[in-house]
Design a protein around this ligand. Structure first.
Ligand code: PMP
Length: 392
């Protein structure tokens, strides 16, 4: 039976924006308007098909403009996972290097396809050191632009400069910009990347549609075969309504995107962090406050399981994340926190706040009105000796 959020508890406070963002009203309007038209299969030659195609090409132009690419360099996919798998299919049987905190859709698809997978270490805040990469050994380097659990922004420009400076060897560079897009400026030319992935549902667009940017002239091998859609680069009937929603979200981000708006969110994120560290005993912060997306805060609470905190907060009407939503139900400690803190206890006791653009100061007050008691209760039930070394 379907369950409506408003019927559960109201009002809810949604602080799990990095898992999926609410659909923007402009996106909803654009999709509903398109659904009311009798659009055909975009591959067909008749008027209904041509009309669907014109919508898709309009969306492609808007997405290209958002990331400073050519429309012909944009391939529509079913989301970040497919875009990332497509890159690893392109580099099948070749040696690749990945940051050790990539999303599982990069890690697992590389392990399944590449001839060799090396993991680039990160520091305690999740940053890759561009100087430590042995570029010549690899056909592809894949480093995410910003991490989904910590919010850490990677030094992509520096990695690209070293990657593309080699005279005698070509190493291509891919970045997963799924979390970065719309939170910070993403310009494929300034970043100098060869491939870039992202997903519509992280920028206020619909679920089930994404983007793969492929720089003109670089190697490419499709993942899905059996149709000429997307110029033979991605077979399957185009998800016209989803792509229209993605185009509307990209247009909104282009028109409305403002560092200023997100910098206000960053101040609230910083305030939340400070208050947690001051008001919740045995708490530690896993995110950096510099080189970090403006809306992500990852914190650990010694002696309290992240999942338990999440459930107690949920009962209070507050939605937060634990690591990545894709890993929910996975009992393994987060590979991201393990790579940065090297401590399973810190990883198991972490939660992620990811704030939406309309976060208010009263939302931070609301979290702080319940969080200290929840953590205290869980710590009281724990067998862990509080105060022993924990986190950074
Ligand atoms: N990469 C990152 C960094 C992500 O956060 C996610 C979503 N959790 C994905 C890829 C997968 O995107 P999608 O949900 O569109 O498959």
């Amino acid at each position: 039976m379907q369950q409506s959020i408003s019927s559960i508890t109201s009002p809810r406070l949604y602080l799990d924006n990095a898992a999926t963002e609410k659909l923007l009203p402009v996106v909803q309007d654009a999709m509903i308007a398109a659904m009311q038209e009798d659009l055909g299969n975009a591959a067909a030659l008749h008027a209904e098909g041509c009309c669907a195609r014109s919508y898709i090409e309009d969306a492609r132009a808007k997405v290209a403009r958002l990331i400073h690419a050519q429309p012909s360099e944009i391939i529509f996919t079913s989301g970040g996972t497919e875009s990332n798998n497509t890159i690893m299919e392109t580099f099948r049987s070749q040696p690749v290097a990945l940051s050790s905190i990539e999303h599982p859709s990069i890690l697992e698809s590389a392990k399944a396809r590449a001839s060799q997978v090396d993991f680039l270490p990160v520091d305690s805040l999740g940053r890759v050191d561009p100087k430590l990469i042995a570029y010549k050994k690899y056909s592809l380097i894949s480093v995410m632009l910003a991490n989904n659990e910590l919010g850490t922004i990677e030094p992509l420009e520096e990695i690209a400069a070293s990657c593309h400076a080699q005279a005698d060897h070509i190493t291509f560079l891919h970045t997963d910009a799924t979390q970065a897009i719309s939170k910070i400026k993403v310009d494929v030319q300034a970043l100098d990347v060869d491939y870039l992935s992202f997903s519509a549902h992280k920028i206020g667009g619909p679920l089930g549609v994404g983007v793969l940017y492929v720089r003109q002239g670089v190697p490419f091998r499709p993942l899905l075969l059996g149709g000429h859609q997307e110029c033979g680069r991605r077979a399957g009937t185009s998800n016209t309504i989803g792509i229209i929603g993605l185009g509307a979200a990209a247009d909104w981000c282009w028109q409305e995107w403002s560092c200023k708006q997100w910098s206000k969110v960053a101040l609230l994120r910083d305030e939340l962090c400070e208050r947690i560290l001051n008001e919740v005993p045995y708490s530690s912060c896993n995110s950096s406050m510099q080189n970090c997306l403006p809306n992500i805060l990852n914190v650990s609470f010694q002696g309290a399981e992240g999942e338990s905190i999440q459930l107690y907060l949920d009962a209070e009407g507050i939605a937060v994340g634990t690591g990545s939503a894709c890993a929910a139900g996975d009992l393994q400690p987060s590979h991201v926190i393990m790579a940065t803190q090297h401590d399973a206890e810190v990883a198991h006791s972490s939660i992620r706040f990811s704030l939406p653009l309309d976060t208010k100061k009263s939302d931070i007050d609301r979290v702080m009105s319940v969080l200290p008691q929840i953590v205290k209760k869980l710590q009281g039930m724990s067998t862990i000796k509080l105060g022993a070394k924990h986190g950074n």
